[in-house]
Ligand binder design. Sequence first.
Ligand code: UDP
Length: 312
Amino acid sequence: MSKRVLITGGAGFLGSHLCDRFFNEGWDVICMDNLLTGAKSNIAHLIGEDRFSFIKHDVTNYIVVEGDLDLILHFASPASPIDYLEMPIQTLKVGSLGTHKALGLAKAKNAKFLLASTSEVYGDPKIHPQNEDYWGNVNPVGTRGVYDEAKRFAEAMTMAYHRFHGIDTGIVRIFNTYGSRMRLRDGRALPTFFRQALQGEPITVFGDGSQTRSFTYVDDLVEGIYRLAMSDEVYPVNIGNPEEITILDFAKEIIDITGSNSKIVFKELPEDDPQVRQPDVSKVLKVLDWEPKVSRREGLMKTMKYFKEQVG
Ligand code: UDP
């Protein structure tokens, strides 16, 4: 019998790539999503397959799944700054109530539970690069706090279920990731810059563009998450590509790759926008023998094809 995995947020950008990966590894995949930011088109190619099912459900409410489960990947959440600014209550609820419900299900089914956490738990970090032992610098009452604190609570809840109920758990701290199925208008730098460059619009760099990010290609991330799900590691693991770039240089890179004539314009920096972000990947290399395989340039070239179709 195949193993069964429930993927919450399974119709989202990362969730749908995880549906593909587990399906291709021979698992029975149950995709659960309320389609708030996810889209059925991301999983359309799996619908109708025997080993795949879709349940439309908001995981902040009690979750019902018939039969056994071996693994739960809890990936439901708005995850772009614009999304969680527009949906602050839903973001807080899915990170808190949703994580509680998904953990309760893991306990009832005796399934392993893997939490999608984020580099945002480090806030605007005072150490660089960020390692898993750093506790972060988060503003709880700022507009980004709804996401950061929800994910911090989710990590605490996951550890409590591990310690108190003996649930087999894992936590991945995901850094900026990109690839196909990202929404063109989710407000993040990468899809926004691609769209602007491909449509010949000005590229909107926030602040002076000196803030840094480190971008991971989705296939690399999925490989790391798959390895983490198969491992016994309980404490958080950063997964991200440590190739760091300033946002201004990144805007220039997108202009270069797309061959666009777009000019760069500067806009106000959003509240609590992290000044730097780069994963320390020594732990993931040691415990999962994982390192990124796809360089930023290569990943961006692959992703450009997808964005061209979206814009077209
Ligand atoms: N950013 C930008 N222009 C945009 C959108 C974002 O300069 O149109 C900046 C944003 O202020 C941040 C960085 O790009 O410093 C990455 O932003 P993103 O929204 O991708 O996610 P974050 O890493 O902040 O969660």
